[in-house]
Design a protein around this ligand. Structure first.
Ligand SMILES: [Zn+2]
Length: 305
């Protein structure tokens, strides 16, 4: 019976993942794992989100999403979908860096969501390394799940222009009107931080206190960076090209908060890089965090998890 087989398949995968997470945590700790992030149940809101994503995105299978270890973060989109998050490396008492990884802030950039799911599976296979990760594959679920996917959230706001950066009231409107000619895809909102998704990311930066934020976009095929650290010259085939700062952007907000923001711009919004290239981007990114972020990572009390 196909239905029965599927359920068994998912259960088996979860069991294997749980064992893998336990083994990884044990290795990391050098002793018995005291805690790990995987749960054996999937929250109902996350399950609904997974069903919707699997119907929408060819590259995200239902079991990938259900087995991704996503949990409700407490944040919700304007339309009430959970901003689902996975914490990776929870058992590590002294991570060398804290990384907030965000996919899909722009809802029509499917590859930026799919690659984060791909990397989540990679973490399960290859171990979690020495960082503490907060990973949100779909930071703008409403935009992705619209009948016609859109860059903006359900309120028609470009979340990456909605962050409270200096003189936002004047500069964001000026930029939108003069530079984009009131392009609805770039609408910054009626007020800074007007959107629940924006506010959740801001709160998350306050709570989690990441040493770096990594966000995945498309389709410029480059790496962009905002911050005081040495940026990566290359991740996989993507070369560094600084795009400048924009009123209301997450990168600009990171500058105000002294949190470096690495922006990965994949070459295509609608198709995925090869597995080899996704692996390379991941490896280069992790290496860059080890070299350029971890040595100066803030010592954060373990209560900030
Ligand atoms: Zn984008």
């Amino acid at each position: 019976m196909p239905g029965g087989c599927k359920i068994v398949g998912v259960t088996m995968t979860r069991l294997i993942n749980t064992i893998a997470a336990f083994a990884a945590a044990t290795l990391l700790m050098g002793g018995p794992a005291v805690a790990y992030e995987r749960e054996n149940y999937v929250d109902a809101g996350v399950e609904t989100l997974c069903h919707k994503l699997a119907r929408k995105l060819g590259s995200v299978r239902l079991h990938h999403c259900m087995d991704a270890g996503l949990q409700p973060s407490g944040g919700y989109s304007a339309d009430g979908l959970p901003l689902a998050m996975r914490t990776v490396g929870y058992g590590n008492p002294s991570p060398s860096a804290r990384v907030l990884l965000l996919g899909g802030i722009h809802g029509d950039e499917f590859s930026g969501v799919s690659i984060v799911f791909n990397w989540l599976r990679r973490l399960d296979r290859n171990g979690v390394g020495d960082f503490l990760w907060h990973i949100v594959p779909t930071a703008n679920p409403d935009g992705i799940l619209r009948r016609k996917a859109q860059r903006m959230n359900a309120n028609g706001v470009d979340l990456n222009r909605n962050f409270p950066t200096p003189n936002w009231d004047v500069l964001s409107q000026k930029y939108w009107i003069k530079r984009t000619r009131r392009n609805p895809r770039r609408y910054p909102g009626h007020a800074a931080a007007s959107e629940p998704e924006t506010r959740w990311i801001m709160d998350e930066i306050d709570r989690f206190r990441p040493d770096v934020v990594v966000q995945v976009h498309a389709p410029y095929g480059i790496v962009d960076f905002d911050g005081e650290r040495e940026p990566p010259q290359k991740l996989g085939r993507l070369h560094l090209r600084l795009l400048g700062t924009y009123p209301g952007s997450l990168g600009n907000y990171g500058l105000q908060r002294d949190v470096p923001v690495l922006t990965i711009e994949l070459p295509s919004a609608g198709s995925m890089p090869s597995q080899r290239e996704m692996d390379r981007i991941w490896r280069d990114m992790v290496k860059w965090v080890e070299t350029n972020i971890a040595p100066q990572a803030r010592v954060v009390n373990s209560e900030y998890r």
